[in-house]
Design a protein around this ligand. Structure first.
Ligand SMILES: [Fe+2]
Ligand SMILES: [Fe+2]
Length: 130
């Protein structure tokens, strides 16, 4: 996954998190997940933890800014969190379709960023976030 400036949401903290998310997913994709159980496990735990951090950062600002699209956005975050946890569960049982999952995750993140995250840009700006 490649970062580009038009993916920016004009809030430094969130842009940095999106970049880091791309970086973790790329690392998982570049084989860490398939190499060995230990390495795959580490990168997946890092991913799960960071997805949690990122979603809660956005949701903290939804609350702070009384964001009008919070409800549907939080529902999307929840759905993805459940999918990632289910995947980790499969991985632990040695039953993951890792490449398919990573492809899904990449397109989900990209789509979510371009559609859902972009929707909060103007309200966050009005709210004074930088
Ligand atoms: Fe996001
Ligand atoms: Fe989001």
């Amino acid at each position: 996954m490649k970062w580009s400036d038009e993916l920016g949401v004009n809030v430094k903290e969130i842009d940095e998190q999106h970049k880091k998310l791309f970086e973790i997913i790329n690392r998982a994709h570049e084989g860490a997940i398939n190499k060995d159980k230990k390495e795959g496990n580490d990168v997946l735990n890092e991913l799960i933890e960071f997805v949690r951090v990122h979603f809660s950062t956005e949701e903290k600002y939804f609350e702070k800014c009384n964001y009008s699209g919070a409800k549907e956005h939080i529902a999307e975050h929840l759905k993805l969190t459940e999918k990632v946890l289910k995947f980790k569960n499969d991985f632990d049982k040695g039953e993951c379709d890792c490449s398919a999952f990573l492809d899904f995750l990449k397109s989900w993140i990209e789509e979510h960023l371009k559609v859902m995250d972009m929707k909060y840009v103007s309200e966050f700006k009005k709210c004074g976030l930088r």
